[in-house]
Design a protein around this ligand. Structure first.
Ligand SMILES: C[S@@+](CC[C@H](N)C(=O)[O-])C[C@H]1O[C@@H](n2cnc3c(N)ncnc32)[C@H](O)[C@@H]1O
Length: 201
C-alpha cells in the first residue's frame, strides 16, 4: 500500500476534545454524512464485535470510523491492529482516529476507493466490512456504489454488517440485490439501534 492517506502505528494519544463533542461539531458541519449527533454506544459495539468474522489470514475494514466508537470492536474481537482498517472521509475525524488508535490503519478517504487503497494483495481478504455510514440518507446510486465496493474486497459468499436506528431493514434489499437479517438489537444506544448482516441474494 502506498497511499499517503493511510497511517498506522505512529500517532500519539491525548487530544483535548472529547469524542462526543467532536462528533457533535462534525454533525453540525455535515449532518447527512454523520447521520447521528452522538457516537455509538458500548452496547452496540459489543453486538458488532460478536458478529465479526475474520480468519487468521484475513483483515477487517470499517467504513465511517467517526470518533472510533465501533472501531474498538475490531480490536476487541482479537484482530491485531495491523489487520484493522478504518476509512473515514472527514479529515478531522480521521486525525482523531489516528491519535486514539495508533496501531490500526486509518484511511482518510472515501470508502468507495477501498479496493484501490488496499491493493491487489489485500483485495479478497477482508473477512468482514462494517458499514457505519448512514446509508439511508444517501441516494440509491451512492448506496449501490458503497455496496459494490464492499463486496469487491471480500471473498465470494461473505456478508457485511451495518448498524441502524431503523426498525426495518435500512437497505432496500431488492433494489440492491441483497439478502439480510437483523443479528442484534440494543435499547442502550441513542437512539436504540440494530445491527444487520447482508449478503448477495
Ligand atoms: C454515523 S457516523 C458513525 C461513526 C462511528 N462509527 C460511530 O458509530 O459512532 C458516520 C461516519 O461515516 C463517515 N462517512 C460518510 N461517508 C463516508 C464515505 N463515503 N467514506 C468514508 N467515511 C464516510 C462520516 O464522516 C461519519 O464519521
Amino acid at each position: 500500500m502506498t497511499s499517503s492517506q493511510v497511517t498506522a502505528g505512529k500517532a500519539k494519544r491525548g487530544r483535548a476534545s472529547s469524542p462526543a463533542w467532536l462528533f457533535f461539531q462534525r454533525w453540525l458541519a455535515n449532518p447527512l454524512a454523520m447521520g447521528s449527533i452522538t457516537p455509538s454506544s458500548a452496547a452496540l459495539r459489543r453486538i458488532v464485535r460478536d458478529n465479526i468474522i475474520c480468519g487468521p489470514d484475513q483483515i477487517v475494514a470499517e467504513f465511517g470510523g467517526g470518533t472510533g466508537a465501533i472501531t474498538k470492536a475490531m480490536l476487541e474481537a482479537g484482530i491485531p491492529g495491523d489487520r484493522v482498517y478504518s476509512f473515514e472521509i472527514d479529515k478531522e475525524l480521521a486525525g482523531y482516529l489516528r491519535e486514539f488508535y495508533p496501531d490500526i490503519h486509518v484511511v482518510h478517504d472515501d470508502c468507495r476507493k477501498v479496493a484501490q487503497i488496499l491493493g491487489p494483495e489485500r483485495v479478497g481478504k477482508v473477512g468482514t466490512v462494517i458499514i457505519g455510514i448512514p446509508m439511508i440518507t444517501l441516494p440509491m446510486d451512492l448506496q449501490r456504489e458503497i455496496v459494490a465496493a464492499t463486496f469487491s474486497v471480500m471473498p465470494e459468499g461473505s456478508r457485511f454488517l451495518l448498524y441502524t436506528y431503523m426498525i426495518h431493514s435500512p437497505l432496500n434489499q431488492k433494489e440492491l440485490g441483497l439478502k439480510g437479517k437483523r443479528v442484534g438489537f440494543t435499547p442502550m444506544n441513542i437512539p436504540p439501534a440494530s445491527v444487520w448482516a447482508y449478503w448477495k441474494a
